[in-house]
Design a protein around this ligand. Sequence first.
Ligand SMILES: [Zn+2]
Length: 133
Amino acid sequence: MQKISCGWQLCKVITYIGKRMWTCPQCGRIFEKANQPHSCKRVPLEQHFKDKQKAKTLFDYLFMRINSGIGECQIISLPCCVHLFGRYDFLAALPKKDRLEIRFTSDREMDHPGFHHCVPMSARVFKICLDVL
Ligand SMILES: [Zn+2]
């Protein structure tokens, strides 16, 4: 990772393997696009899992498997959902009473009986949603 300064007062641009990333000066989240609209607000992780023990168990297992099998990531607990962050936010987890909904993006359309949505967000980005039971 190579850091470069961009001349903006409070912002910094970070280059990840040739890709410029933008870090929000308020909350420290990292995005591909400079000044990406987002909420800087965070909420305690436990708040998402209040009365959702099954979703917590599923999330803990998923987080452990990603960290040990794919690569280290961080948990970013936002008001809307829980993001996992590696080099960028790559997964959103939405705890439900009886399941954990997972959302991620792909550069291609994917079809699987477990996916309940695969919708285009742009010409090259698809949002995929699935439930983990
Ligand atoms: Zn922010």
